[in-house]
Write a protein that binds this ligand. Structure first.
Ligand SMILES: Cc1ncc(COP(=O)(O)O)c(C=O)c1O
Length: 548
């Protein structure tokens, strides 16, 4: 981990926005350069940076580059002798008090022995800060970490889900690091992406799991049986069979969503003679800005128990032989970008915990749920700063609570680590509209159709030419089968590969066989290696459960 530079450290003197370039975003970024990266005796006097939202071709170098951050020009003053063709080491960019890491291999233009300011055009290897997908070589093909997407598509076919194990592990580490001052357990929300290999990866690094069905419990047992006692079980409609399964497995906590469910849990626990640890999932009546389908924290939603009823219910089962009031849980929704509603929900929960303590009911855990959102658009997204802000908001509200803090992040851990790779089948013009038809469809990734979700689309091998607005669609027989509408993309031809970014969460997990389409294969990239973690479905798989 690169340490943030202190104020005044580094070599920055001035930053400026090169607004005249076509395709540049509007953000002006404060930037600092690691001491020494530009070479002994050099001093940066000016950096011109911008955020690209679309691939962009440098006028001078004619290299198409990926979206995200580009350093356009560096002016520098140079003392001493210069040598030509130097390579720069890693550069760290410092934004808004947070640090975003980028491994940049910047080529120097040749330097003549000129004593003072020269302008360099640098093409950095664009490692998007929040995603592992990047073009390591200007004009080259897209990679996931060190692995070529072209090579993966050739080896495993398309549509194909590709995930970066390194990023998933890094994201888990951000939460663990941010909470290291208090007892905690990060329970990954299995529903976001339930691939066994991902569950195993996370379990090995100490994660627990948030499940919402008996099926998800079976997945945890298959991938990491040793992690069963780190499982919390949420969901508004648990069947008795699922409750029995979880009781017998010895999970950590049932997140109970109604008084009736608590009664059923008590009955099953007594029958099986297994003491059940439970948390009431309370509904704090907090509004969180997100899509209405994934907002859960208001009284009008089906989730949880009205927080005003919770005290009474806890008291009603105090001293129960088969029920242990272990914690309280809350989950206000998904894809929430601001930390504030999490803090507001926790304040209400904290108040409840205090009231319970005064009644002699001492809870051991507070489960803050999941829901921290990511940025699905291009641009700079500082995941570490987001997690720190979130952990501060949650932690501040729980001041004085000595027990264990549980979190249930899903999307934040896996969304940006994953992408859906598709091949372009046809480019079709209907009147003024141009449709790019891919071999992936809404059955593979339903988020755009279901939530009008935005996914950035990157060509695996960018072509030169003018940007134009196109619809990117799949072959399924629904007008709702689209990935993007009127999206400005550079020219795309049949046979090209494109990648839909940020598809690691609620992508494969929500896929279906609609139109009798076989679900994609999944690949996990670890360092320089890629391995198949789910083979592509076959027609035999699809027909197997049916009878005529
Ligand atoms: C109870 C519960 N916990 C955690 C999550 C994970 O949410 P996210 O993926 O937004 O972090 C969900 C998602 O809906 C949920 O319902």
């Amino acid at each position: 981990m690169i340490e943030p530079l202190g104020e005044g450290e580094g070599l920055v003197v001035e930053t400026e926005f090169a607004g005249q370039a076509d395709g540049l975003g509007e953000e002006v970024l404060g930037i600092a350069v690691m001491p020494g990266w530009i070479g002994v005796g050099a001093r940066v006097v000016k950096l011109i940076v911008g955020v690209l939202t679309q691939p962009y071709t440098f006028a001078k170098t004619c290299e198409p580059v990926a979206p995200f951050l580009v350093v356009h020009e560096i002016s520098f003053a140079r003392r001493g002798r210069s040598s030509s063709k130097k390579r720069c080491g890693p550069v760290s960019f410092y934004f808004d008090g947070g640090i975003s890491r980028s491994i940049c291999c910047a080529e120097w233009c040749s330097l003549k022995r000129t004593p003072f300011v020269r302008i360099l055009i640098l093409t950095l290897s664009m490692v998007p800060f929040s995603r592992p997908f990047h073009y390591p070589q200007p004009g080259g093909a897209l990679h996931c970490g060190k692995v070529s997407i072209e090579a993966l598509a050739k080896r495993f076919g398309t549509p194909l889900y590709v995930y970066s194990a390194d990023q998933i592990v890094e994201r888990l580490g951000l939460f663990q690091q941010a909470l290291k001052g208090r007892e905690h357990l990060v329970c990954y929300a299995v529903k976001a992406n339930s691939a066994l290999a991902i569950l195993k990866l996370l379990a090995a690094r100490g994660a627990g799991f948030d499940i919402v069905s008996g099926g998800e419990l079976e997945r945890v047992r298959a991938a990491a049986p040793e992690a069963v006692d780190r499982v919390v079980f949420s969901g508004v409609g648990k069947t008795t069979a699922e409750i029995d399964l979880a009781l017998n497995a010895g999970i950590l906590q049932f997140n109970v969503e109604s008084e009736a469910e608590l009664g059923i849990l008590a009955g099953r626990a007594a029958k099986l003679k297994k003491r059940a640890r439970f948390a009431l999932r309370v509904n704090p009546d907090v509004f969180a800005e997100t899509h209405p389908y994934i907002s859960t924290g208001l009284r009008e939603h089906k989730f949880g128990i009205d927080i005003r009823q919770a005290l009474r219910i806890y008291k009603s089962v105090a001293g129960h032989r088969w029920l242990e009031a272990y914690g309280v849980s809350v989950h206000i929704g998904s894809q929430i970008r601001s930390a504030e509603p999490f803090g507001a929900a926790m304040e209400r929960v904290s108040k409840l915990v205090g009231q319970l303590r005064r009644e002699g009911i001492v809870l051991k855990a507070i489960d803050a749920g999941g829901g921290l959102g990511i940025d699905y658009h291009g641009g700079v997204f500082d995941a570490a700063a987001k997690v720190a802000e979130y952990a501060t908001a949650v932690g501040r509200a729980l001041d004085g609570f000595e027990g264990r803090l549980l979190l249930e992040p899903g999307r934040f851990l896996v969304a940006q680590a994953g992408a859906l790779v598709a091949r372009v089948l046809q480019v079709k013009r209907n009147g003024k509209k141009t449709f790019v038809i891919t071999d992936a469809a809404m059955n593979d990734l339903i988020r755009p159709a279901l939530y009008q979700a935005h996914h950035e689309i990157m060509p695996v091998r960018p072509r030169k030419g003018r940007v134009r607005a196109v619809d990117v669609v799949g072959p399924v027989c629904e007008t709702g089968d689209f990935f993007a509408r009127d999206r400005e993309l550079r020219p795309i031809e049949p046979g090209d590969l494109v990648v839909l970014l940020d598809a690691g969460a609620y992508g494969m997990a929500q896929s279906s066989n609609y139109n009798t389409r076989m679900r994609p294969a999944e690949v996990l990239v670890e360092g320089a290696k890629a391995r198949l973690i789910r083979r592509r479905e076959t027609m035999a798989d699809l027909l197997a459960p049916e009878m005529i």
